[in-house]
Write a protein that binds this ligand. Sequence first.
Ligand SMILES: [Zn+2]
Length: 396
Amino acid sequence: MSSDANLWYDFLAPPRIVFGWGRRREVGALGAALGRRAFLISGLPPAVAPGVMGEVAAAMKAERIELIVAEVICHEPEVDDVDRVAAELREQNAAPGDFLLAIGGGAAIDLAKAAAAMAVNSESPTVKDYLEGVGRGLQLVNRPLPVLAVPTTAGTGAEATKNAVISSYDPPFKKSLRHQRMVPRIALIDPELCTSAAPEVTAASGMDAITQLIESFISRKAQPIPQALCLQGLKLAVPAIAEAVENGASRPAREKMSHAALLSGMALANSGLGFAHGVAPALGTHCRVPHGVACAVMLPAALKINRRVRQAELARLAHLLFGRGPSTPPEEAVDVLIEEIQTLCDRVGIPRRLSELGVKAEQIPALVKDSRGTSMSANPREVSDEELTAVLEDML
Ligand SMILES: [Zn+2]
């Protein structure tokens, strides 16, 4: 958004955000405001699952909420996962008065959001018919069941977004189920839960949040409130991510990353994303690259490809994040930004080359074809197939 643009926007965010170290213990009282039966979708790592589950069960019991484990998920959700969980919810007569409790990374939260919608929208038995760009293009008619989202990673911001990303490998696609009413009713963010995340997970999810903050900031659909959130999020996350990766128990680092991830979700839900998030789903479906890694590996290329059309905004980020004074020429400031982001990716172990992620030259045409989703359409400028091909070949 340039400074002389007309002010005209909607802004969507979770109605209630509860943030703080140790606040997962409030999950029962918060759940009681949503319903009497909780369907749990868990993405907790096995090492901590029993402890956290014990706490959640006790909290629910204290509020007389019936807790039903609907699904344990440890991969990015697929069409079959959503269809199965939604069918189970329908079988249990899930209806208003019930809610979904998602505890995990973006995968668990997105699965809960999609199942909450599909449980009460059954014009088709498969979510595929409701996804953007595939299936029959059906729309959600009934209000999804409420979702209480408790993230255990700091990255996707799924606790604050209105979409759920659903994968399929045969045929290959990664598309969103999207509706304003899919924003979780309550986002309960306890950064202490992230201390159990492995360093690689912290790195990939943290770089996802940083990519989301930068892409929302320069998006074609950028807006004033999200832009303010992006600046705050980046100012916290960029200096904190290495500490969170290298010293997972660090409370200040975990708090900053969790807060930045939440802000990134609020930003992208309103402003959309761009080039890196355009290519990431294709890397996911064709080469099984995890979402955060895919975004991070593409981030430097996204900055380079947009530097001419967003020079002022990117120079501003260089000033804010890397102390380049306003006297630094913008062109030079953007060079610094790209270099520093690349250094940050190196430091947290994100590879520079696509071949290191298993990408083969012969997959590039399919990657190009499948990079044309909602995110790419929000990129500040058009990127032709030829240009995208050249970028990917150069990164092999
Ligand atoms: Zn992302």
